[in-house]
Design a protein around this ligand. Structure first.
Ligand code: 13P
Ligand code: SF4
Length: 322
């Protein structure tokens, strides 16, 4: 605890010294979320993180999340220094969608509009017509469908299926998945619901379709947090990364939040739903990102040509979301 407090004080001083700001995702550890808020940064979903980073006047953005979030921040703010606690924090969706194979998939269907999830590399974004996050994907696909566009969707197959089902859009799907959300189990969820009859079920759409089918509300992290405040229930079963519980509890301290089961006989797995890459963000690593003279393990760079291409679908999303 003493060590943690020391890191927190050092980080506060370094943020001032570098005119830097923390931009944290809801899946990071509670102490990081609290520090981001306390120091004038933000805790947000992927879309809000992108917007906050692009609009904030700081010289340096410290992105506490995973690699694609750092790259997005750098693409949108090439003039800023973008640091991450570790550049090794990746995402199974990004890993499962290599640019070359995805490009070949797109090339085989040249009459399709390419829509990619934000959880992708800069190179995959550069190949896309649109980038979306889970909070805006439905509206953007609805818009494209209303123009009779045929869509290539990548990489998350569960989010893609959910959107195709909701909109009726014709979508060719890349078969990627999030290793965290893919683990939620419908049978165990049914049992947990039966044990908690008054509970509302909140599900992130990266979860399998049979889990989404049990939801009372489906949405991005910020939409699920909003639902947990708006809905009258006292208890919620939450199918997303457990990092989100910090904000939910903070905003609705009298409500009870239960982790959705990730497997086995209705038993909840107390710490399974946590992204191993989000977990790499720690106070020590943030302090190092700001204080190390050698920034090679922290500073995000995106190739100029790629960044220019990726900027187009990213800005399209931000303008659409205004
Ligand atoms: P959102 O915060 O946009 O819902 O994204 C979830 C996610 O998986 C980030 O890794
Ligand atoms: Fe990727 Fe899933 Fe981790 Fe989000 S929670 S960063 S989608 S692996």
């Amino acid at each position: 605890q003493q060590q943690k407090s020391a890191y927190i004080e050092q980080i506060k001083a370094l943020l001032k010294q570098h005119n830097a700001v923390l931009v944290a995702h809801y899946y990071t550890d509670p102490e990081i979320q609290a520090l981001a808020e306390e120091t004038g940064g933000c805790v947000a979903d992927s879309l809000e993180m992108a917007r906050f980073g692009a609009e904030h006047p700081a010289d340096t953005l410290v992105i506490c999340g995973v690699r694609f979030m750092g790259e997005t921040a750098k693409i949108l703010s090439p003039e800023k220094t973008v640091l991450m606690p570790t550049l090794e924090a990746t995402c199974s969706l990004d890993l499962g969608c290599p640019e070359k194979a995805f490009s070949e998939f797109c090339d085989a269907h040249p009459d399709h509009t390419v829509v990619v999830y934000a959880n992708t590399s800069a190179a995959v974004k550069a190949r896309a017509d649109w980038v979306v996050t889970s909070s805006i994907a439905l509206e953007i696909v609805e818009h494209l469908d209303s123009e009779d566009k045929k869509i290539i969707w990548g990489p998350d197959r569960h989010l893609g299926s959910y959107i195709a089902e909701q909109t009726g859009a014709e979508m060719l799907m890349w078969q990627g998945a999030c290793i965290v959300h893919d683990e939620f189990k419908a049978n165990a969820m049914r049992e947990l619901k039966a044990q908690n009859p008054g509970a509302a079920v909140l599900v992130h759409p990266e979860s399998p379709a049979n889990v989404v089918a049990l939801a009372d509300a489906v949405g991005s992290t910020s939409q699920l947090i909003q639902a947990s405040q708006d809905m009258q229930n006292d208890t919620f079963i939450v199918a997303t990364d457990k990092g989100i519980f910090y904000k939910m509890q903070q905003l609705a301290p009298n409500k009870t939040f239960i982790e959705a089961p990730t497997g086995g006989n209705g038993a909840t797995c107390k710490s399974c739903a946590h992204c191993p890459w989000m977990a790499m963000n720690g106070l020590k690593a943030i302090e190092s990102a700001l204080s190390d003279s050698d920034k090679s393990t922290h500073e995000v760079f995106v190739d100029n040509e790629l960044a220019k291409k990726a900027m187009i679908p990213l800005e399209r999303m931000l303008n659409f979301a205004k």
